[in-house]
Design a protein around this ligand. Structure first.
Ligand code: TXA
Ligand code: MG
Length: 354
């Protein structure tokens, strides 16, 4: 593909400068690609009603064209042109928007097939970030925006991550500092009888359970549970996602078993001359062999903190050129479900520990 000059501009994350916003909106209106911060991760935006602009997103990311995009709006009323809303959809929008909840709804005509991957549904979300809201508002159209990473890589939580992946492939990056939550929005499918979580994210299963009469989690979210001993990764989890360059081995389960198995594996791999990284909870970080490169995921009691640093840590391991990452799993409660979904999808192997 042709190389583009990618302009990075700093923007205030709380009071975005109107001049910078109208500059970026202008790029979108003319069919260009602009990366921008949201409260979850950075998005790569294009005019969501223009098929050519949207096609540009797939090209820049190297994304399979059958993986649909989220349309981002700056006001709930904008959804009326995109979908017919039932009562539950309206209530969810009222409760959780702006915020990290994406709703999959029946689509109205006029939405390019490039956005929906040819499906008869459309995903919509109103992000809770002043820069995102200002940009979408100024563009005056729904903005199609996947996470602004090369396909298969960890999602970007800083403008620098975006630059690493997409420099020369997109027109602009709005640098509004760190994206706060660190994992993407929850994707909730409202087109089946019972709402289904297709991807856990910033709004937790527990929050949705409290608000809805019924809600389920798609079985693909965590893949199959694996046996207690060292078992290979389930063949069902065939798509590596969010993956750093190094192989990631995920160790799950409560208690000391995890610490012991990771230590044993680290020593074995280092004995073979490999550079080993360990993604450790705060509680265990000081207890691993000194020659391993240990990065902290935060306390096992605070999955929110883990979510906010997760993708950055995976990218740090790449910069540190480790060959293998041994990662401690967390419990799947609250934001832990989103963290574990991303870790499982990044993992080459999941190891159950007792
Ligand atoms: O937090 C987020 O959601 C970020 C920021 C930028 O808003 N965006 C994001 O987009 O994560 P992306 O493209 O990386 O992930 C969108 C997810 C994908 O898993 C896609 O398959 C799913 O939403 N999706 C989009 N449209 C869908 C549809 N019509 N039906 C089912 N799943 C859909
Ligand atoms: Mg993504």
């Amino acid at each position: 593909m042709e190389t583009k000059a990618t302009t990075i501009r700093k923007v205030s994350p709380t009071r975005p400068e109107p001049e910078i916003i109208s500059w970026a909106a202008d790029i979108l209106t003319k069919g260009g690609l602009v990366a921008f911060p949201t409260e979850t991760v950075y998005g790569l935006g294009a005019n969501g009603l223009d098929p050519n602009s949207v096609a540009g997103i797939y090209g820049a990311k190297g994304r399979p064209s059958d993986n649909p995009l989220i349309l981002h709006v700056s006001h709930p009323d904008q959804v009326d042109k995109l979908s017919t809303l039932n009562k539950i959809a309206k209530q969810l929008m009222e409760k959780f928007w702006p915020g990290p909840l994406t709703l999959v709804l029946p689509k109205k005509p006029g939405i390019p097939a490039e956005v929906t991957g040819g499906l008869d549904t459309v995903a919509v979300r109103m992000p809770n970030h002043p820069v995102a809201l200002a940009l979408i508002g100024a563009a005056g159209v729904p903005v199609a925006a996947p996470s602004a990473n090369r396909s298969g890589r960890p999602s970007p939580t800083t403008a620098e991550h975006v630059h690493t992946d997409l420099a020369g492939r997109i027109d602009a990056i709005l640098d509004g500092g760190q994206a706060g939550m660190g994992v993407e929005s929850t994707v909730l499918d409202l087109t089946s009888e019972i709402p289904i979580i297709l991807r856990p994210g910033g709004v937790t299963f527990e929050q949705l359970q409290e608000f809805l009469d019924s809600v389920t989690i798609d079985p693909s979210v965590l893949g199959e549970r694996l046996p207690e001993n060292m078992a290979p990764r389930s063949p069902g989890m065939k798509y590596l996602h969010y993956a750093p360059s190094a192989s990631l081995l995920l160790f799950e389960g409560k208690g000391e078993g995890k610490l012991r198995l990771i230590t044993e594996r680290a020593e074995k791999l280092m004995g073979q001359g490999l550079r080993v990284g360990i993604l450790a909870t705060e509680e265990n970080a000081g207890r691993y062999p000194g020659e391993a490169i240990v990065l902290e995921l935060g306390s096992s009691l605070s999955p929110e903190a883990a979510a906010s640093v997760l993708f950055g840590r995976l990218r740090d391991f790449d910069r540190l050129k480790v060959d293998v990452i041994l990662a401690e799993g967390l419990e799947t409660r609250g934001m832990g479900l989103a963290v574990m979904n991303r870790l499982r999808r990044a993992a080459r192997e999941v190891i159950g520990c007792s």
